[in-house]
Design a protein around this ligand. Structure first.
Ligand code: NIG
Ligand code: FE
Length: 425
């Protein structure tokens, strides 16, 4: 049957068309299933995908609109646009001084306790005008897009006052309207206790519960609420109190959990029905089975261990074997992981988690969509879904982790528009 809409963009001769068609989420061994079509083709109509299949079949069944752009992929790989389910992109000052301090032997927590870390970023963000913060955030979004990311979850968390948290969330919401990348806003007021509340922790927790969370929820500034649940930041009891208040206000939950030690954050995330718990470097066996049972996605962030120079990585294979939904993200932030590149994260997951390239691609597409509560809506190339896709300069998808540290993107297409067009080299 001929299709009603006409194609506005057609890519033919795709050596490996990775559709991700198949189960959502991908659990266990299903993560190796890429819904791969050899010698594929894909046709787009405006912002949507029109047809996906074998190249000749797609060409045979679509009518071309006037001015239709045709791309010959010459045997290269196409994937869905990547989804970065955990980022902290709104900040101005970078913290390369801390990177050097860690190389010289200081730990992340020692630097934080001495007033550096998140609190240093907070002092800077509060003083930085919105226009400058917006410009810096756009630079990071541009780099993400150029590296194949088309949707991100974006956290506040460097304001830690009602005014500057709202400032950060407004930037995220505005950029969602103006930048090609889709941004999903998360309120992370519980990222740290700011300087002025160091001797009055309960005062800050009261502010979070009685003022910040209600304002963010009422004004629909964020979809998710996140917390740094860690000994020395917010402990389990404090986290339960704050996150229960957020849930009551209709915010969905995410956790920074078990990142630097086994604090039981993953169990709490599962208990409260969180959409995701992230980091999980020190997750316990109990935490793993709790997350498998609650369907809470694990967002793993190997860039953090890598950039902090830590030897211990999350027990990722154990989580896959236990049936946890596993996603991968950059954790792009100025402290523990300053990268916008999901391909770099795919390389780190291969080396440190022993993930196959296919498992990692599942983790940044279908499973990352689940980690932001959009399972089945994005991260799949299927007629009727948004046309977010990447044409890579590789002929085998396994090159993505293997050929590391350089940009392998040829084209990025967001909602049917070519937003990145790099030369083949
Ligand atoms: O995800 N763990 C807490 N937050 C960030 C680090 C933030 C920072 O150091 O600025 C993270 O690692
Ligand atoms: Fe983080």
């Amino acid at each position: 049957m001929p299709l009603q809409k006409k194609a506005t963009l057609l890519i033919r001769n795709i050596g490996q068309l990775i559709t991700m068609e198949g189960p959502v989420p991908r659990l266990g061994n299903q993560m190796n299933d890429l819904g791969l079509i050899k010698n594929g083709g894909i046709a787009l109509a405006g912002e949507e995908i029109l047809a996906v299949g074998e190249s000749g079949n797609v060409e045979g069944k679509v009518d071309l609109a006037e001015g239709c752009i045709a791309i010959d992929a010459d045997g290269a790989v196409v994937t869905p646009g990547f989804i970065d389910a955990h980022t902290h992109p709104v900040f101005s000052m970078t913290r390369e001084d801390e990177f050097e301090m860690r190389i010289a032997g200081k730990t992340y927590m020692e630097i934080a306790d001495a007033g550096g870390g998140i609190r240093a970023s907070v002092r800077d963000l509060r003083e930085t005008p919105k226009a400058i913060l917006t410009k810096k955030t756009i630079e990071r979004l541009d780099t993400m897009l150029a590296n194949g990311t088309t949707t991100i979850e974006a956290k506040s968390g460097y304001g830690l006052s009602t005014e500057s948290e709202i400032k950060s969330l407004e930037i995220i919401n505005n950029l969602n309207e103006t930048h090609p990348i889709d941004l999903i806003p998360t309120f992370l007021g519980a990222h740290e206790v700011p300087d002025e509340f160091r001797n009055n922790r309960t005062g800050y927790i009261d502010l979070l519960i009685n003022e910040m969370i209600p304002k963010v929820a009422e004004n629909k500034l964020a979809e998710f609420c996140d917390i740094f649940c860690e000994e020395g930041v917010f402990n389990i009891d404090e986290s339960r109190k704050i996150m229960t208040a957020a849930k009551k206000r209709g915010l969905k939950l995410k956790f920074h959990a078990d990142e630097l030690g086994a604090s039981g954050g993953s169990e709490l995330a599962a208990e409260l029905g969180a959409i995701s718990a992230d980091h999980l470097v020190y997750i316990s066996d109990k935490g793993i089975s709790a997350m498998a049972n609650s369907g809470t996605a694990a967002v793993l962030l190997p860039g953090t261990c890598f950039s902090l120079g830590l030897k211990h990585y999350a027990p990722a294979r154990k989580m896959i074997e236990a049936g946890v939904i596993v996603a991968l993200s950059t954790d792009c932030n100025p402290g523990s992981s300053y990268t916008e590149s999901l391909p770099m994260i795919i390389c780190l997951a291969g080396l440190n988690y022993k993930f196959t390239a296919a498992e990692s691609i599942s983790a940044v597409t279908v499973n990352a969509a689940c980690a932001i509560d959009r399972g089945g809506q994005i991260g799949i190339l299927r007629p009727g879904l948004a046309a977010d896709l990447v044409l890579w300069k590789v002929h085998d998808y396994r090159e993505l982790p293997y050929h590391y540290g350089v940009n392998l993107v040829h084209n990025v297409i967001k909602r049917g528009k070519i937003v990145i067009n790099r030369k083949l080299s």
